[in-house]
Every structure is written in C-alpha cells, then in structure tokens.
Design a protein around this ligand. Structure first.
Ligand code: 9MR
Length: 503
C-alpha cells in the first residue's frame, strides 16, 4: 500500500515537475512572418472588423472603435521582462498613432495597459518597440490599436515578443559606493520595474534610496470607492490602499534600501472627488474644516501603515509638491487653495509633522527652482514654513536640458535654501538631449559632471541625490534620453563622467 502510494506520489511529482519545466520553457520568443495564415491572430471588435494576411503582413479592416485590433493570446509570465516590437503601416491619413497594448484578466475581470506608442506617417512602415514586465494575471492578449482614428484600416508585420535577456555587466562600479562619503545616490522606480527582481537587483547595486515614481501619489493611494461608503456616516473619513507601492516597498525593506515618499499633497494626480461632498465629482466642494480633517486622516493613515508594515524604510517625504506658480511666483490656484485656502501648505506640514516618525525628514519639492520669479516665490514659501518649524528641507526636482543647466543660478538657490537652515535634496534629476550622437552624449555627460561637482561642494547639506529613473527607455522623457544608463542598463558617458569625480 505504502509502495503504491509512493509510486503514485512520485508519478504525480514527476508530472508536476514536468509541468513546471514545461511552463518555464513555455514561452521564450515569438515572431510573426504570416507565411502560413493568421497564426493565431484574430480581430478584436464587437463584430465588424476582420483580418486577412498577404505578403507577410496582416491587415485589419471594418474597424468601428480605436480598440478594434489584431490580437493574439500569449502565455506570458509575471515578473519576466519582454521585448515587444511590431511594424505598422496605414495608407489613409497624414499620421496616426498606434499602440501595442495588452488585455489581461484576473478572476474573470479584464484590464488593460498601453505598452508602446508611436506615430506612423501615411504609407510608411514604422517600428514600435519597448519592453514590458507583466504583473500576475491569468492570461494575456497582446494587440495593436490606434489612438483615435477609430475606422482606420492598417497593417502589421514582424510582430515580435522575446524574453528580454538582460546582460548586466557585473564589473560596473557602484554609484552608491562611489559617493557614499558624500550623499546617498538614488532613483525613482515604477511598479513595472519593481515587478522584475533581476532588474531591481541591478538597481540595488547602484542606488541606496528609491522613490516610487507614481505609486504613493494620492491617485494611487486614495480608495475613492471605499471613501464614498465611509462618507455616508462621516464626511471626514478616508480610505487608502497601497497595492501599487507594496512590491517596491517590500523589495526595499528586504534589501536595506531606503525610500523617499512622493507625495502627500499635490494639485496633480489627485482625484477631484477627494475635495467633494460624498467624494463625488459634480457635487459641491466640502468645507475647509472637512477638508482639513480629511487631510489629517489621509496623512495619519499613511504614516500608521508605513510604521506598521515598513518601519524605518521611509526616511523622508515630499509633503507638498509644486505649489508655486511658474509665471507669478505666487501660490498656484488648485483644489487645495480653493477648498483649504492660502495656508494649505503650512497645514499639510503641520499634519505631516504630527504623524511622521520623529526622524522622518519633511520636504517641499518643486521644479525650475532657479528661475525668476519662481525662485523668489519658493524662498518666500520656505521662509514661512521654516518659521513654523515643521519643514526639514527643499527638494530640487532638477529636470534640465543639456542646453539649460544654469550652474551659478542653481548654486545661488542652494545657498539661499541652506541659509534658511534647511536641508537639500536633489529629487528628480534628469538632463534631456535631442539625440544620442557622440557630441550630444558628451554634452550631457559634461552637464551631469558639473552638477555632481556642485552637489559634492554642498554635500554637507544634502540628504540625497536622486535620478528620476534609471534607464532612458523607461524615463517619462524617453524620447530625450535623459538618464545615465541606456535601455540595456549599460552606463552612458554621463555615468563615467560622474564617476571621474570620485576616482
Ligand atoms: O514620472 C511620473 C510620470 O510617470 C507621470 O506620468 C507624471 C504625471 O504627472 O508624473 C511623473 O512624475 C512627476 C513627479 O511626480 C513630479 N515632478 C515631475 C515629474 C515628471 O513629470
């Protein structure tokens, strides 16, 4: 009996192992040449669209919506990084924008992501390409759709999906180690990058501190549906969740990487419903008192959650982001000024100070800090905040172009902030260039080197220097190659130029 059971278990185990192996080997790459039919592709539409294949290309006609598209099922795996590419062509309009998108489902609920975007001029084959790391879903349909142009006929060819082989040069020196005597070097990371632990391990070798690029913003954290339910009893109640940030926070906690939280209060990426009665857009704004109570609850819940789940991981927060108007240097008009009033920044700091752990640094964060009249507006605001005693420092976002790094003005602004007794962070550094020609890459390297030279001079005042992303392809400004690593995580000339300062 025992023997038979063992044999059954062994057979079962072999089957399971076999499955696991088969699953592992299940999908490595796919390339469509459409030489023998539609190869599993079908028309995604409510019925009107159809596809056909000719001369190595697949054409879709009869579309009635931008999502109507050629699509195909792919057995992709969560956490693996895939390189996607397709050529598209249309012959009807001057230019049309195309996207490679994915429909995935989990427990029967379908959701979508747009993965790669590009424009195709009339009559030209244009390549769209990029990389993507799926989250866990039950199945994946990759498809090619248009932005607008609902009825446009178009063709695709050479659709390729490949497991992205990240060949990382283990010999690359570590930025965080090289600058350890000066300041922690860090970066922004998005949840897609955080899904890929191989990628994160490379980041961890380079960076000592990470900022979630979007995942701790109010539109990621506020659970408006749950807020609505709570509001029936109590208009000041707030519900939050951390689904988007959790994988990154857990990785950082488990790998001794610090986190800078971005952002508690911002005019952007904040649901309008947050400011409205019953959390319902279209209803009147709530009163100042209710909004202050909501803000108090919002910040308290975040701080409590982080203390409980990730104690010691978040070392600093952007309490308020971009409150100063570029053109006037005054407070920017927003839902915050409308509902709370001109002192919303001070109140946000007061609340954050009340709930943040004692050693958490609290920052005001903004861009174009060195340009008039904004610079004066920022200094005036920092002066008021410093007087109330709830702020620790100022975050210089530091989004520059290679032609626009005004070193002496930036130095002057550093000195003004330091004179107020405040700490400095470089919070979102990137420097755009027009192309990746040698002269452009050199110009970018020169700017980065000069800036890092300035940061080293001011190291005693600086809490961190953080890039806004690691690789050019995943930057918010991908078309302008603003970072110090290329898409294959290879150092660009800017990386080596920065390193020269400490070698
Ligand atoms: O990097 C972020 C990008 O993915 C978002 O689409 C964008 C939306 O506003 O926000 C980007 O991050 C911004 C940051 O939160 C504040 N400073 C400017 C950054 C770049 O836009």
């Amino acid at each position: 009996m025992f023997k038979r059971l063992t044999a059954v278990l062994t057979a079962l185990c072999l089957m399971l192992c076999g499955c696991a192996l088969a699953q592992e080997e299940k999908f490595v790459s796919y390339h469509s040449d459409f030489s023998s039919g539609t190869d599993g592709w079908y028309a995604r539409s409510a019925g009107g669209a159809s596809i056909s294949v000719q001369d190595g290309a697949l054409t879709i006609v009869g579309r009635t919506g931008s999502w109507n598209s050629p699509g195909r099922d792919f057995p992709l795996e969560a956490g693996k990084e895939y390189a996607l590419s397709v050529q598209v062509r249309q012959d009807a309009v001057a230019s049309a924008t195309f996207m490679i998108s994915v429909a995935h489902s989990s427990l029967g609920v379908e959701s979508y992501e747009n993965l790669v975007t590009g424009a195709a001029a009339k009559g030209e084959w244009v390549t769209l390409s990029g990389t993507w790391t799926p989250a866990p879903f039950d199945n994946f349909i990759l498809y090619v759709e248009t932005v607008g142009n609902d009825t446009l006929d178009f063709s695709i060819r050479d659709f390729t999906v490949k497991l992205y082989e990240m060949k990382v040069d283990e010999e690359i020196p570590s930025l965080k180690e090289a600058f350890a005597a000066y300041f922690p070097v860090g970066t922004a990371v998005t949840q897609m990058e955080a899904r890929n632990t191989r990628r994160m391990d490379v980041y961890a070798s380079q960076f000592a501190i990470v900022t979630p690029g979007n995942e701790l913003k109010p539109d990621s954290v506020l659970d408006i549906a749950a807020c609505k339910k709570l509001a029936k009893e109590d208009e000041t109640a707030v519900a939050v969740h951390f689904n988007a940030a959790q994988p990154m926070l857990s990785y950082c906690r488990d790998h001794q990487i610090k986190v800078h939280g971005h952002v508690l209060v911002w005019h952007s990426q904040t649901p309008d419903a947050f400011f409205r009665e019953s959390y319902s857009t279209g209803k009147p704004y709530v009163s100042r008192e209710i909004m202050l109570a909501r803000l108090d609850n919002y910040i308290r819940l975040i701080m409590e959650y982080m203390q409980e789940k990730y104690p010691g991981v978040i070392v600093s927060w952007d309490v308020v982001n971009e409150a100063i108007d570029d053109g006037t240097g005054k407070l920017r008009a927003s839902n915050w000024t409308k509902v709370i009033g001109e002192d919303f920044v001070e109140r946000a700091f007061e609340i954050a100070r009340k709930y943040a752990p004692a050693d958490t640094r609290l920052y005001y964060n903004d861009y174009n800090s060195h340009l008039a009249p904004k610079a004066d507006g920022i200094i005036a605001l920092l002066t008021r905040l410093a007087a109330e005693g709830n702020i620790d420092g100022y975050g210089f976002q530091s989004h520059y172009s290679s032609g626009g790094v005004m070193l002496s003005r930036i130095r002057n602004m550093f000195e003004q902030v330091e004179a107020l007794g405040l700490r400095v962070r470089v919070s979102e550094l990137d420097i755009t260039i027009d192309n990746t020609s040698d002269p452009m890459l050199k110009a970018q390297a020169y700017c980065y080197k000069n800036l890092f030279g300035l940061y080293m001079e001011h190291a005693a005042h600086i809490d961190a220097v953080q890039f806004w992303g690691v690789t050019d392809d995943l930057s918010w400004l991908a078309a302008k190659h603003p970072l110090i690593f290329d898409a294959r995580i290879q150092p660009k000339p800017a990386f080596w130029a920065i390193m020269e300062l400490v070698q």
